[in-house]
Ligand binder design. Structure first.
Ligand SMILES: Nc1ncnc2c1ncn2[C@@H]1O[C@H](COP(=O)(O)OP(=O)(O)OP(=O)(O)O)[C@@H](O)[C@H]1O
Length: 900
């Protein structure tokens, strides 16, 4: 059979070779991240390049800055600001801090939330330089892990200095900067400084680098530490480095610099300060709102039944609630029976939008009930004379999709209107918004308008939105993590750490007392990790290598070995090889390929990212999004002990004749979307009869949205997604795309020797039993199909190749998610091809063997060259419209008619 197929390939390839490849070149309209833009922002980060340096007269500038500063300090409008600056804990340590910085190349300042680290320490350094007459020549860079912090801090510090942003104080973030040749203190993202270090390793003109939130241990901040340590070694401490951390765990940083430089950094600790923030948990929230979760609710851990959400008006009364709930109650004794039952039943990990809506309504109405602007939830400090005009709310949600969903719900909320909230601003805050859009959250609403900010964890640290009175914390976030059992890294929604909870609550107590309403119980909170793991220990090594390469372009192994917590060198070698295998690194010189460059921008495993790119190219994006999204979530199919066989048959039914777990999943998801249109009952019945987890399907829906947004941002997806759906119903093409992403994760099927049975009609081959079929992979040798795979019970495979996307090792190696793939998937998307003339055989990567004459190998090689060139072209210019490409047309035809 393969011979016939290859002959067909010959025909197609010959056709291709005779017709030059036509690629429609209309799609040059990639709107975002143009190279001109990126260049602009890198230059912005380098606001004091030598050329610009010449443009100012340093001595005259120093004098001017000193005069301005002296004038400001005696001005009336500065008096209030000075009083509030002096009230911050860090002020008491000002002289010690400045002395430490001037005497040591590296200073570590460990200060708790709200002590004034981010706004004050950079200013102290600036003011001291100005007072010493060095204002014109100083150049302070303060890095922030997130854009919004850099924007907010620049605005606040400029305001405290009674200046506009962009003169002495500026910022520079991705695609946006506001600074000038007069800028002496620049707030920028860590990524911006890393990029500057690439083009200007000496950091010409820079006098101080302040690395804020260093405890977050992002890969970028760890890399920055490495480069700064090397800079200090090389220049013998030409610049002063100040590390600022919100946790007391500083020995790692201290040791790291001591090992590299032979001197111990100066360490200073500062107490924190926030106004009192009352912390309530789900226990209290249920009691306060009267919200009940019954066994049949969609928010119950028991997924079988229907939603029934009830509220009781009586429980909305503050008196009835307050009398039962102790402020810091540790036991459940004070809660009503209904609340206790709900706590027993609720699945706390599911985002409950109706509870959030009800909670907001309740909070706002409680304020009115007691006619106190703080409302009863906020611990009023009698000595405080600060009165907010209107308390705004900050809601922490895991991602963009959850934000959009809640935003739509609140904007059209009849409940909020019924509770008297007619006018409201419901603002989104996440990393994909432009700086302009992000900045809107700082604006105070007019009187009578309530502001609700819906944010991801970008709002967790370093920012002060000064009218926030309430924080509602879902306790969920999305983070890249490595799933050891699947060998994949993925963006996963998980619980945050206790440290994050503290930071989130702290956003309410910055300028006034506040209240944090947590949508997780006290019991759940106790189970949280203390801190999030450093990024270097959370993501796969492949992801790490890609990122290091994209940031520094240096040899990955040598860079990683010098990091604060270096990974195992052998594992790094394997990761680099694997990136070469999937064509993300160039095989010869380990540089990033265009595909690799895109993969660094995707919050997914490299293989999943590659699969998504091919999904766009081969026009089956919708199902591929579903498959990709499922890889980061909990299992969709469940198999209860009592109904195991029924569940197996249901999954088999969904897979049709595809012999593919991936196709079964796509069918399950599409069926769920359809069933949902007929209401909750239909949705519930569909999930129950197919043994599907509704939560897992909902999380796929959310992740699909995230991935689609990323692909849009990278330019792979045009405004109208329908142009990428022509092959979305082609099972073979979808499976080929999975193979393109996951090659070389392939298992070879070995059927048993053919035997024959005598029937009335003559002798016929006997069908093999499933247990007689064997499977082999290149790395693990013999592997076994997991009973959860639809292929577990298959006795015969038309194509003897399975792509495996989930492999688990227990006593044996089990392939859990598999798809039988067309031979052409391997010939086109597999590794290097060689020809065994004597045996008329094509061999891929030295082990996948296909019977075919040598000339076919030549043609396949040619076709692959075209595909590779097209991939290169497409990844180099994702907006390129390849819909009329002859290569894609030939490829699709070949894959669709693979002969089974
Ligand atoms: N935009 C602002 N409006 C009003 N007050 C502000 C603003 N920014 C900062 N402050 C005040 O300054 C205090 C210190 O803020 P700063 O950002 O310097 O703290 P921090 O020590 O860096 O804390 P964190 O690590 O939590 O960000 C805040 O708690 C708040 O009282």
């Amino acid at each position: 059979m393969i011979y016939d197929l290859v002959c067909y390939a010959a025909e197609v390839s010959l056709q291709l070779l005779s017709e030059p490849v036509k690629v429609d070149d209309r799609g040059g309209d990639v709107k975002r991240h143009t190279s001109a833009d990126s260049k602009a922002h890198v230059v912005a980060g380098k606001q004091r390049s030598s050329r610009q340096w010449d443009e100012i007269d340093c001595a005259a500038e120093s004098t001017r800055l000193k005069d301005d500063w002296e004038r400001l300090q005696t001005s009336r409008q500065y008096a209030d600001i000075m009083t509030s600056r002096r009230s911050l804990p860090v002020f008491k340590r000002k002289s010690e801090i400045l002395a430490g910085i001037s005497c040591n190349p590296v200073t570590i300042i460990c200060g708790e939330t709200g002590c004034g680290k981010s706004t004050q320490i950079p200013q102290y350094v600036l003011e001291k330089e100005i007072e010493m007459g060095n204002g014109g020549s100083c150049n302070i860079i303060c890095t922030q892990p997130r854009r919004i912090s850099a924007l907010g801090l620049a605005a606040r510090v400029a305001m405290e200095r009674n200046e506009v942003v962009g003169r002495v104080v500026g910022y520079s973030v991705r695609l946006d900067s506001c600074c000038s040749k007069f800028t002496r203190l620049l707030f920028c993202t860590t990524g911006i400084l890393l990029r500057r270090l690439l083009s200007d390793p000496e950091l010409e003109g820079v006098t101080h680098v302040i690395v804020d939130e260093v405890h977050e241990r992002t890969l970028e901040s760890d890399l920055l530490l490495l480069l700064l340590r090397e800079h200090i070694q090389r220049t013998r401490g030409k610049i002063r480095v100040i590390l600022m951390s919100a946790t007391a765990e500083t020995s790692l940083f201290s040791d790291y610099f001591q090992q590299g430089l032979g001197l111990r950094p100066e360490l200073l600790r500062v107490q924190g300060f926030t106004f009192p923030v009352r912390e309530l948990h789900l226990d209290d929230v249920l009691e306060l709102t009267g919200y009940k979760v019954t066994k049949n609710s969609r928010f119950a851990t028991n997924k079988k039944a229907k939603s029934e959400v009830m509220t009781t008006s009586a429980s909305n009364s503050f008196d009835s609630w307050e009398s039962r709930v102790g402020e810091n109650s540790e036991t459940n004794m004070e809660y009503s029976e209904a609340t206790m039952r709900s706590l027993d039943t609720v699945d706390e990990s599911v985002i409950n939008y109706e509870l959030i809506e009800l909670l907001l309504s309740t909070v706002f109405s409680l304020e009115r009930e007691v006619s106190d602007i703080y409302g009863p939830l906020v611990a009023v400090d009698d000595t405080s004379n600060w009165k907010p005009e209107a308390g705004s709310v900050l809601v922490f949600l895991p991602g963009m999709m959850e934000i959009s969903k809640l935003q739509a719900r609140l904007q059209n909320s009849k409940q909020l209107s019924a509770y008297g909230v007619e006018k409201k601003w419901v603002l989104a805050l996440h990393g994909s918004l432009s700086s302009e859009q992000q900045k809107r959250v700082f604006v105070r609403p007019p009187r009578g308008v309530r502001k609700v900010v819906l944010a991801t964890n970008v709002a967790e640290t370093s920012i002060t939105i000064d009218d926030i009175l309430y924080v509602i914390d879902t306790g969920r976030h999305k983070e890249m993590s490595y799933d050891h059992s699947k060998g994949l890294s993925c963006l996963q929604e998980t619980w945050v750490s206790k440290a994050s909870c503290k930071q989130r609550a702290g956003r309410a107590g910055r300028v006034q007392p506040g209240c944090c309403l947590r949508l997780y119980s006290k019991k759940q909170f106790k189970a949280f990790d203390d801190h999030q793991l450093p990024e270097i220990q959370r993501v796969s090594l492949e992801g790490l290598c890609l990122k290091v390469k994209s940031l520094l372009q240096s040899k990955v192994q040598s860079t990683l070995s010098k990091m604060p917590t270096p990974p195992d060198p052998d594992a790094v070698i394997a990761a680099v090889q694997s990136l070469k295998d999937i064509n993300a690194f160039d095989a010869e010189n380990e540089t990033l390929t265009p595909l690799g460059r895109h993969l660094t921008q995707m919050p997914v495993d490299a293989r999943v990212g590659k699969m998504l790119v091919f999904g766009c190219m081969l026009k089956c994006l919708d199902p591929v999004l579903t498959i990709a999204a499922s890889m980061s979530g909990r299992p969709v199919f469940f198999s209860p002990q009592d109904n195991r066989e029924e569940a197996r048959l249901a999954k088999l039914r969904l897979s049709g004749t595809s012999k593919s777990d991936h196709i079964a999943l796509v069918a399950a998801y599409n069926g769920w979307i359809t069933a949902r249109r007929d209401g909750w009952e239909a949705e519930k019945d569909y999930c129950a009869s197919n043994f599907l987890s509704r939560e897992a399907l909902a999380s796929i829906e959310a992740s699909r949205e995230d991935y689609l947004n990323v692909l849009r941002e990278l330019g792979f997806v045009p405004g109208d997604i329908s142009s990428l759906e022509a092959s979305s119903n082609s099972v073979r093409v979808i499976k080929a795309v999975v193979c393109a992403g996951f090659y070389p994760k392939i298992a070879r099927v070995r059927h048993p020797e053919k035997t024959y049975v005598q029937t009335e009609g003559g002798t016929v081959p006997k069908l093999a039993a499933a247990h007689e079929v064997q499977y082999f992979t290149r790395l693990d040798g013999r592997v076994f199909l997991h009973p959860a795979s639809v292929n577990f019970s298959a006795g015969h495979f038309e194509s003897p190749w399975l792509v495996v996307t989930d492999m688990v090792k227990t006593s044996k190696v089990y392939a859990r998610e598999t798809s039988m793939v067309p031979a052409y998937s391997l010939l086109i998307f597999g590794g290097s091809i060689s020809v065994r003339h004597e045996r008329q055989m094509i061999v891929v990567d030295g082990w996948l063997e296909f019977e075919a004459p040598a000339r076919i190998a030549v043609l396949i090689k040619e076709l692959r060259k075209r595909v590779d060139a097209l991939l290169l072209e497409k990844t180099g210019n994702p907006g390129l419209d390849i819909s009329s490409s002859a290569v894609v047309a030939a490829l699709l035809r070949l894959l669709e008619t693979d002969g089974f």
